[in-house]
Ligand binder design. Structure first.
Ligand code: S3P
Length: 435
């Protein structure tokens, strides 16, 4: 869908009020379908994200012979085929826009008896895959990429994999997960060590599906040769989708908004800490467990935000939230410094460049650095910006429109459907004015 010319107009709306539930967590939805497909027995997934990314993962397993039913929107029944039950895909597997889909699938496919090919859209075709190919090759996998380690990938089957003790050079839950998933098929033990702890959904969900795994912050260890047993997965609302509303309600005077059933796994909620440092008024109501994950209702009221130096220790816990943090910083008083986020340059877009270019067009002084940015809070003006087909940049600019002095026109927004179908309608239901 990247390159499509869906354009949005965002202008000042009303104070944000009411209650809403954003769609299901993307990371958990991908994994739920993958693990349920490889389990013995029938699993159900409720609260599944009906986004293009996660639906591409459903299609991938369907082409490998897994029967997946959709009894209602955001529900899937997955008839697992067992660890060794996948069939050779009839076609090329298209992961769409999804880095998580492609990287985790590569780990799974490396352990199969058959060959497979993985492709993606324009954005995914520019994203680095050497980071997964390299550790998987150490385990004995053979994966061919295009020049520069880019997709499409050809994963050769019939390889004998051995466990590995792998220290990740960068903090990446996707790479960690790819190695652990190949480890299910490997002889012996696979250990993954992270420079900073990242989201632990793979570890937690493998345990929920009955695979023996030992893990703690920054380390995970498992052995091949077990099996997964079907279970029922309940997916919480995605913190990364809630993030746009946390910032929106913080910025618009008079706002008081409740976001229901949001996942608050600490490896995801770095933005909450950053916004609180900036002076945000966000409280966690009714913290509880939902399907083994911590959730809460997040109540956010307007507050005046101050610029901060974002602590680098928070970066892995808010890696997907920098586009919206940049908007919060642009509307805050004073300077915000962001460092240690070079990874943002290889996300769905170069998020430092795309946000800097856009905010500059809206009159904000922002200096790009190789691994971050320095943002001077100020008045956001009217203007035309390009989201570069990046869902999170598009939604972030939509939030900027709520406090801008005029209309913001945002180009290339169709990919919002990858992670947040229905964003425009939901946003307009609580006070945005977005068309
Ligand atoms: C994800 C991990 C992160 C994140 C992405 C989802 C996951 O990517 O940015 O949106 O589900 O494991 P990296 O592993 O590249 O940091």
């Amino acid at each position: 869908m990247s390159g499509s010319n869906e354009t949005w107009l965002s202008t000042r709306g009303t104070a944000l009020a009411g209650e809403l539930r954003v769609p299901g967590d993307k990371s958990i939805s991908h994994r739920a379908v993958m693990f349920a497909a490889l389990a013995d027995g029938t699993s159900s997934v409720s609260g599944f994200l009906e986004g293009e990314d996660t639906r591409a993962t459903v299609r991938a397993f369907a082409t490998m012979g897994v029967r997946i039913e959709q009894p209602s929107a955001s529900e899937r029944i997955v008839h697992g085929v067992g660890l060794h039950g996948l069939s050779p895909p009839a076609t090329l597997i298209d992961c769409g826009n999804a880095g998580t889909g492609m990287r985790l699938l590569t780990g799974i496919l490396a352990g199969q008896r058959f060959d497979s090919r993985l492709t993606g859209d324009e954005s995914l075709s520019r994203r680095p895959m050497r980071r997964v190919i390299e550790p998987l090759a150490r385990m004995g996998a053979q994966i061919d990429a295009q020049e520069g380690g880019l997709p499409p990938l050809q994963v050769h089957g019939g390889r004998i994999l051995s466990g590995v003790d792998y220290a990740l050079p960068i903090a990446s839950a996707q790479v960690k997960s790819a190695v652990l998933l190949a480890g299910l098929y490997a002889r012996g033990e696979t250990v993954v060590r992270e420079p900073h702890p990242t989201r632990d959904y793979t570890e937690r969900m493998l345990a929920a599906f009955g695979w023996p795994i030992a893990f703690s912050a920054g380390q995970a260890r498992l052995s091949g040769g077990h099996q997964m047993c079907a279970t029922n997965v309940v997916v919480p609302a995605d913190f990364s989708s809630a993030a746009f509303f946390l910032v929106a309600a913080s910025l618009v005077p008079g706002s008081d908004l409740l976001l229901r059933e949001v996942g608050i796994n600490p490896r995801r909620t770095g933005l909450l800490a950053a916004l609180r440092l900036m002076g945000a008024d966000i409280t966690l109501e009714s913290p509880r467990e939902l399907g083994g994950e911590a959730v809460a209702d997040l109540r956010v009221r307007h507050a005046r935000l101050q610029g901060i130096a974002v602590p680098e220790a928070l970066v892995p816990d808010m890696i997907d939230e920098f586009p919206i943090l940049f908007v919060a910083a642009a509307a805050a008083a004073g300077t915000t410094r962001v460092t240690g986020v070079a990874e943002l340059r290889v996300k769905e877009s170069d998020r430092i460049a795309v946000m800097a270019r856009g905010l500059r067009r809206l009159g904000i002084a922002i200096e790009e650095t190789p691994d971050g940015a320095i943002i001077e809070g100020g008045r956001l003006g009217a203007g035309t910006v390009d989201s570069a087909g990046d869902h999170r940049c598009a939604m972030s600019f939509a939030v900027a429109g709520l406090v801008a002095d005029g209309e913001i026109q945002i180009g290339d927004c169709a990919n919002v459907a990858t992670s947040f179908p229905g964003f425009v309608e939901l946003a307009n239901s609580c006070g945005f004015r977005l068309s």
